[in-house]
Design a binder for this molecule. Structure first.
Ligand SMILES: O=P(O)(O)OC[C@H]1O[C@H](O)[C@H](O)[C@@H](O)[C@@H]1O
Length: 426
């Protein structure tokens, strides 16, 4: 198993006949496609069923983008943004530019300064655009695309159509109509896969491949997870264990889960995880609130609250066993900074001590701890991890008797925004 899980409580006590029965039923109903929202379970077997021709076409398109552009602007929000962003950030080694094309995201916020300065920045680069929206009508990315499409047409004329790639629904939406009219290259977001479960579709794969990373390895990791985590076992399946532990902690008075990382490049894995669990579970007055911290940074900030504040938090460490690069503390002639006691230790070892010390401190402060450990930052491992989270999230939501695949609450602000902006019909 690529994800190892451990829990500060007595996990064996959670394996009750009742919970085992619940998990078995959830698994059977997902497999039979009879669970709530089952029409959106397309992601479940996607890694093993993905069409190899699609992967080849994505790879070819990525190579075309690498030839034609220095920068790929990826326009999208929510699930049409966070998957690619998470994987790219996790793969990027600090201060190294390993990408074959610089990937810049847009449409995930509404900011004139952001778009204006972005277009200025693009002036000195060769540019391609990948606009991603499953519904094809989300306001924030649509606004960004209106500006960037105009920019591309003014700058490249007819050639703009060769540089704009659209990822959207196969049959409906305003974005699809534009793509057809302008004859942009198109990729499909499958009907039965919701945005936050779409990282292994063209939504996530095209930007990741364009950057030059191996989508084959990413998918191989996801496929291994699909196979290994299909086993219905509370004893050995870490995805089921994570769901069962979360559910137990929620029922025991811990409604907030803090994901804690010790390597900053995992920050957007947390952001992706927050959308996945937050939108999947937070309904009908129920659900764990997913929050995140980056340690050591937040040990000197939110760490105070975690240690001593209102007791409603449990923590989930996401640890990485090995790092690609490291440095070792050396003996200094004069020990004026009083750090000679660290001589001979690598910073990864020091970071390990930070993790252990934090775990002990927070546990003694009454914060239960779950630890997820992955071996490294490779595409294969990340593919495994993201699938692990998705399948665990489905179990977790079903344990709460929540449909994991809708997000009715998100509409509320949209209706208000349309009214405030005088959209016809609102
Ligand atoms: O891909 P899109 O249709 O543009 O949707 C983008 C995002 O916005 C929506 O409002 C949903 O809350 C998200 O689940 C979704 O991922």
């Amino acid at each position: 198993m690529t994800v190892h899980i451990s829990f500060s409580g007595d996990y064996s006590k959670l394996i009750t006949p009742e919970t085992t029965q619940k998990i078995t039923t959830i698994s059977e109903q997902m497999n039979a496609r009879t669970s709530a929202g089952a029409e959106f379970l397309g992601w479940k077997n996607w890694p093993s069923e993905i069409d190899s021709e699609l992967v080849a076409r994505l790879q070819q398109t990525a190579e075309k983008i690498q030839k034609q552009a220095d920068v790929l602007v990826v326009i999208g929000i929510g699930g049409s943004y966070l998957g690619a962003k998470a994987v790219l950030e996790a793969l990027r080694q600090p201060f190294k530019t390993n990408e074959k094309v610089e990937i810049i995201f847009a449409g995930h916020l509404v900011s004139g300064a952001y778009l204006k300065n972005l277009m200025n920045y693009l002036d000195s680069k060769e540019v391609a655009v990948n606009v991603i929206s499953k519904s094809g009508k989300t306001t924030e990315p649509a606004i960004a695309f209106r500006f960037l499409q105009d920019y591309m047409e003014k700058r490249y004329g007819a050639e703009a159509a060769e540089r704009i790639y659209v990822t959207t629904d196969a049959e409906k939406g305003a974005l699809l109509d534009v793509a057809k009219e302008k004859e942009y290259a198109r990729f499909v977001v499958p009907d039965d896969i919701g945005g936050r479960y779409s990282v292994f579709t063209s939504v996530g794969l095209l930007p990741i491949a364009a950057a030059g990373y191996s989508i084959q390895n990413l998918l191989a990791g996801a496929k291994r997870a699909e196979e290994e985590l299909a086993e219905v076992s509370l004893e050995t399946n870490p995805a089921i264990q994570y769901a069962v532990i979360r559910n137990h902690l929620y029922a025991s008075g811990y409604p907030v889960e803090i994901s804690a990382i010790f390597e900053e490049r995992l920050k957007f894995i947390q952001e992706w995880w927050k959308q996945l669990f937050g939108e999947s579970e937070g309904k009908e007055g129920k659900g764990i609130f997913p929050a995140s911290v980056v340690y050591s940074t937040d040990l000197h900030s939110l760490g105070q609250y975690v240690q001593d504040g209102k007791r409603m938090l449990f923590e989930t460490f996401l640890k990485v066993a090995s790092v690609e690069e490291d440095i070792t503390m050396q003996l200094a002639d004069n020990d004026s900074d009083e750090l000679n006691y660290l001589a001979g230790k690598t910073l990864h070892e020091v970071n390990d001590a930070v993790q252990q010390a934090t775990a002990e401190a927070h546990l003694s402060g009454g914060v239960p701890l779950v630890t997820l450990e992955i071996p490294d930052f490779s595409e294969d491992t990340l593919g495994y991890l993201l699938y692990f989270y998705m399948i665990s999230c489905a179990y977790s939501a079903y344990l709460l008797e929540i449909n994991p695949f809708d997000q009715p609450g998100v509409e509320e602000y949209k209706v208000n925004m349309f009214r405030l902006l005088n959209k016809p019909g609102f």
